[in-house]
Design a protein. Structure first.
Length: 184
């Protein structure tokens, strides 16, 4: 049985919402921060554990914007000005030729979006979390546990939790309790 076949509906929804969050931010790959926001915006054990710790989707999105930024390569108007290019004038010219919002729609990520190595690791650890609890399926609580167990330096979701004054170990303990109570 493949890993994604074990995902419950709420865990699958997390993956879909993570892709949506990634696109909305103009990022080129789905990372741990997208999984974190998706977990908070979804349903099930993962969302409940996050909300019980005061983590709401809007706040997490704002923290992601501050930490990871909008888009993989934001246009730096000040840098362009140093070489004589007026970004606002370029935007006006493009929009007059191609319509309002033309630059933004061109920057949106289309098609398949890959997971970062760290996000893949978090999803793999969600399977291990489920197996450790002797569960046959992976729900959003297991995804949260996998995300929290993925302790690499590239896990920006853990930075966001620390910035929000949430202890990852306390959150993992709460998520485990919720997952176990749902399985009983």
């Amino acid at each position: 049985m493949k890993m994604f076949e074990r995902f419950t509906n709420d865990a699958r929804q997390v993956v879909i919402l993570a892709q949506d969050e990634c696109r909305a931010l103009g990022h080129s790959s789905i990372g741990t921060v997208h999984l974190l926001v998706a977990l908070s915006a979804g349903e099930g054990a993962g969302a409940r554990a996050l909300r019980d710790h005061g983590l709401e989707p809007a706040d997490l999105r704002e923290r992601v914007r501050r930490l990871a930024g909008l888009g993989a390569d934001p246009i730096d108007g000040a840098a362009l000005a140093t070489i004589g290019i007026d970004l606002e004038e370029v935007q006006r010219a493009v929009e007059s030729a191609f319509g309002a919002g033309a630059l933004e729609s061109a920057r949106q990520v289309k098609g398949h979006i890959r997971f970062t190595v760290q996000a893949k690791k978090a999803l793999e650890l969600s399977l291990r979390s489920a197996l450790a609890l002797k569960h046959k399926h992976i729900n959003s609580g297991h995804v949260l546990l996998g995300l929290l167990r993925s302790r690499g330096a590239d896990n920006l979701a853990l930075e966001i939790l620390a910035e929000a004054d949430v202890d990852a170990d306390d959150l993992a303990a709460a998520a485990t309790r919720i997952v176990q109570s749902n399985a009983a």
